[in-house]
Design a protein around this ligand. Structure first.
Ligand SMILES: O=C(O)c1cc(=O)[nH]c(=O)n1[C@@H]1O[C@H](COP(=O)(O)O)[C@@H](O)[C@H]1O
Length: 254
C-alpha cells in the first residue's frame, strides 16, 4: 500500500485554515506521513501539487521527501520524458536535488530519453504503460506490430520493449487499477517487474481484481497506490490500515 501525496489545500480540514498554502501543505503532508508510515510500503508525492504553489512549493516538496522515514522508498510522481540533455537534467533533479528513490517516467520518446534515468542503476524508473484514466484507450490501445512481429496493443509493445531496457533490474511499470484484465496480461509479460497500480479509491478501480492480477508468483511487487481516498478520509491512519489489510487479505487468497 503506497500513499499518494496529492495535497489540495481546498480539501484540508479547518485546523489548516489561517496558514499560507505552502505552510498548510507542509503540515498536512507531514501529518499524513506520520499517521500512515507504519502501513505504507512507499510514498508517492505528485510533483504537480507542489509546483502549483510556486517556488516555495519546491522547497516544501524537498522537506516532505526528507520527512519520509529512511526505510520507506519515495516515488516522485513527475511523469518525466524528454530528449538527451533535458532528460539528464530531469533525472539529476529527481535523484540528486529532491533525493527521490524512484520516479515515474513517460516512455513515449523512446530509449535515449529514458536512458539518463536508467543510468541511475540504484534508483527505480517506473514507466507509464497502461494508465488508469479513461483516455488511456486513445493511444495505448492502438494496434501495432511488436518486436516479436505480432500485432498487439501499444501498451503491450511498450511493456515488452521495457523488458529489454531493464538491464540493471531497476524498471517498473505503471498500470491502472481500472484495467485489471490488461494488468493480468502485463504481469504475464513482465513476471518479475514491480508494478505501480494507482486508481483504487477515488477512481473506482477494483482492489481485489487488481491485487490478484498485479502480484507476482510470490504475491509481491504490486504497489497499490491511493491518494485522495486516504488523504481526505476522516481518519487517514484508519483508512490506510484498512487498505493495507484488504490488500494483504487478497494476497493470502481471501
Ligand atoms: O503515475 C501515476 O501515479 C498515475 C498513473 C495513472 O495511470 N493514473 C494515476 O492516477 N496516477 C496518479 O496516481 C494518483 C491517483 O490519485 P487518486 O485517484 O486520488 O488515488 C495521482 O497522483 C495520479 O497522477
Amino acid at each position: 500500500m503506497c500513499v499518494g501525496l496529492d495535497p489540495e489545500p481546498s480539501r484540508f480540514s479547518a485546523q489548516y485554515a489561517g496558514m499560507s498554502p505552502e505552510q498548510a501543505v507542509r503540515a498536512f503532508c507531514l501529518a499524513i506521513i506520520e499517521a500512515t508510515a507504519s502501513y505504507a510500503c512507499a510514498f508517492k508525492p505528485n510533483s504537480a501539487f507542489f509546483e502549483v504553489l510556486g517556488p516555495a512549493g519546491l522547497q516544501v516538496l524537498q522537506e516532505v521527501i526528507k520527512a519520509v522515514p529512511a526505510h520507506i522508498p519515495v516515488i516522485l510522481d513527475a511523469k518525466r520524458g524528454d530528449m538527451g540533455n533535458t532528460a539528464r537534467n530531469y533525472a539529476k533533479a529527481v535523484f540528486e536535488v529532491y533525493h527521490a528513490d524512484a520516479v515515474t517516467v513517460n516512455p513515449y520518446q523512446g530509449y535515449d530519453a529514458v536512458l539518463p534515468f536508467l543510468e541511475y542503476s540504484d534508483k527505480g524508473i517506473i514507466l507509464l504503460c497502461r494508465t488508469s484514466n479513461p483516455g488511456s484507450r486513445d493511444f495505448q490501445d492502438l494496434r501495432v506490430q511488436g518486436d516479436d512481429g505480432r500485432e498487439q496493443p501499444l501498451y503491450e509493445a511498450v511493456a515488452r520493449r521495457i523488458q529489454s531496457w531493464n538491464k540493471d533490474n531497476n524498471c517498473g511499470l505503471v498500470v491502472g487499477a481500472t484495467y485489471p484484465e490488461e494488468l493480468r496480461e502485463l504481469r504475464a509479460i513482465c513476471p518479475t517487474m514491480p508494478i505501480l497500480i494507482p486508481g483504487v479509491g477515488a477512481q473506482g478501480g477494483d482492489l481485489k481484481a487488481s491485487v490478484q492480477a498485479g502480484v507476482d508468483a510470490q504475491g509481491e511487487l504490486a504497489i497499490i497506490s491511493a491518494s485522495r481516498s486516504v488523504l481526505y478520509a476522516s481518519d487517514p491512519a484508519h483508512e490506510a490500515r484498512e487498505l493495507r489489510d484488504a490488500i494483504n487479505e487478497v494476497r493470502r487468497g481471501g
